[in-house]
Write a protein that binds this ligand. Structure first.
Ligand code: ADP
Ligand code: MG
Length: 403
């Protein structure tokens, strides 16, 4: 893969830099600035070398036209604070304000352009439309540096076509993310434990399928648990359940036992009377979810304390750990214990612990952990999962990564 060192002299040049500034917002308040922070080293490296930097990014999922709530303005402001320098924000992406701001850039200067996805060309299914948009972006620089790891699994104009149009290289964040994921896929130090949670089984089936033969243990929590419990024949009340995936989960359990891989499912569950902070709560055995006072309307919203302790023990004994997906609805404190216990174990283990996934990364920060307590917190959810699934990622192969 081509890295920054492969680019010729940067002094006095303009670099178009694809970052992933797609941060969670509450109004215009950033609730987790991890991705902005992760973009800083490459920007600093480029400006220190005397280049000017045109930062491009998406935020959220606007549908090809401007929408105020998806503006990158708050992210640009935060970036300026973190860089400790003035960052100009252009209120369009390839319009007159953007091109004016780019022309006015002095060496070492930084401009952020408005949300790429306000333009239909960015995510168009039509390669010609993407190329047309990428050409307009390519006008803004001598080089292209790709550093938005969270989007490298997407064939989008600013990820793929732009890299074909300018001399291009991976930034420091992508370089680091790839190095970490290679540690997990090429000869991981054993025992290797994978912890999966989150809301949907169907999102994570591919990764289970691919990882099963390579892991020593697979721990399952979060909303996916209930489809696995249903596969074992248990009733799950009104918990999240993907009926059409039950059979697949049953096959995975069978395959795992044939391979001698332990799939650790929770043995106790935190069941709630309803979804919300004011719900009543009961802890019950995983095979007795409907036997609480809430009956069949009970909702499993977290793994129980005994299961959380079991998961922690496995994590503490492992040498390599990959964790994706919260163990429960951590956004509500009553249901955050499983996620907190897993995060704590991951922060204490001697093994190399990687957190992947947007919500998982946000969870550990919201629960009060700091990034340096973990081996690595990936900025890419889908991207890191697809990498672990062994898929070819367009945004990495275009930078010369062999798969
Ligand atoms: P990531 O972004 O880290 O990959 P996901 O997007 O897959 O994670 O899942 C995150 C969401 O899963 C969180 O918003 C959390 O509330 C939800 N979740 C976890 N456990 C449950 C559960 N038992 N029932 C419903 N939702 C859950
Ligand atoms: Mg998510």
């Amino acid at each position: 893969m081509r890295t920054l060192n492969t680019l010729p002299v940067l002094a006095g040049k303009r670099v178009v830099l694809r970052c992933d500034l797609n941060v969670p917002l509450d109004g215009d308040r950033i609730t987790d600035d991890g991705r902005i922070l992760a973009s800083v080293p490459t920007i600093k490296r480029l400006t220190d070398a005397g280049a000017s930097v045109v930062v491009i990014s998406h935020l959220g999922r606007p549908e090809g036209k401007p929408e105020a709530k998806y503006s990158l303005a708050p992210a640009a402001k935060r970036l300026g604070e973190l860089l400790g320098q003035e960052v100009f924000f252009a209120t369009d992406t390839i319009g007159s304000e953007a091109s004016g701001a780019v022309k006015a850039l002095a060496p070492g200067g930084v401009v952020v352009l408005e949300n790429l996805r306000f333009n239909a060309g960015e995510t168009s299914k039509d390669a010609a439309e993407r190329t047309q948009f990428a050409k307009a972006l390519a006008e803004f620089g001598d080089f292209f540096v790709s550093d938005g790891f969270g989007v490298v699994h997407r064939k989008q104009a600013s990820v793929y076509e732009l890299a074909e149009l300018l001399p291009s290289a991976a930034g420091l964040l992508i370089e680091q993310e790839v190095a970490v994921l290679q540690k997990l896929t090429v000869d991981p130090v054993r025992p290797y434990v994978v912890v999966l949670g989150g809301s949907k089984v169907s999102d994570k089936l591919g990764v289970i399928d691919h990882l099963l033969p390579t892991v020593d243990k697979l721990l399952v929590g979060g909303g996916m648990v209930f489809t696995f419990l249903a596969a074992l024949g248990h009733k799950v009340g009104s918990s999240l359940l993907e009926q059409d995936q039950i059979e697949t989960c049953r096959e995975y359990l069978k395959r795992a036992s044939e391979l001698g891989i332990e799939v650790v499912l929770p043995t106790d569950i935190v069941v709630a009377s309803k979804f919300g902070a004011d719900a009543e709560v009961e802890i019950t055995a995983a095979d007795a979810i409907e036997q609480t006072p809430f009956g069949a309307s009970g909702l499993g919203l977290d793994i129980g304390p005994a299961s959380a302790e079991r998961f922690a023990t496995e994590i503490l004994a492992a040498k390599t750990i990959f964790w994706n997906g919260p163990m429960g609805v951590f956004e509500i404190d009553k249901f955050a214990n499983g996620t907190r216990t897993v995060a704590k174990a991951l922060s204490e283990t001697d093994g190399f612990g990687v957190v992947g996934g947007g919500d998982s990364a946000a969870a550990v920060r919201i629960l009060g952990f700091s990034d340096d307590q973990f081996g690595h917190i990936s900025t890419g959810g889908g991207a890191s999962l697809e990498f672990l699934e062994g898929k070819e990622l367009p945004g990495l192969s275009i930078l010369g990564l062999d798969k």
